[in-house]
Ligand binder design. Structure first.
Ligand code: SF4
Length: 102
């Protein structure tokens, strides 16, 4: 049996609570295309629906999942974006701030 002191127990409980809080806040709501910032950046949930006349530098191969700002992994269908704090963008989405992931 492992014995820990009261202080260690309290610190571990606080740390666990903080981690659970972080995990909870990771469940972002999706960015709405009508969100003012999304409109300003031309964000679309589907890179195939980007207006190429309005964004001539857009290419269909560009999508959030291969953007430097995407905070998810290869298997994620949506994840955070550094530009849309607290909200998730679609892995197949796109906006005019797309920058190729290194
Ligand atoms: Fe997607 Fe990148 Fe635009 Fe964020 S910055 S919405 S990850 S294309």
């Amino acid at each position: 049996m492992i014995r820990i002191g009261r202080r260690s127990f309290v610190l571990r409980a606080v740390a666990t609570g903080c981690l659970l809080g972080v995990a909870h806040t990771e469940a972002f709501a999706n960015v709405d295309e009508s969100d003012p910032m999304a409109v300003a950046l031309g964000y679309k949930e589907d890179t195939g629906k980007v207006d190429s006349a309005k964004y001539p530098n857009h290419a269909p191969s560009q999508q959030c999942s291969n953007c430097k700002q995407f905070q998810g992994g290869a298997a994620d269908t949506a994840a955070g974006c550094t530009l849309f704090g607290g909200k998730a963008v679609a892995a197949k989405g796109w906006c005019s701030s797309w920058v190729k992931k290194a």
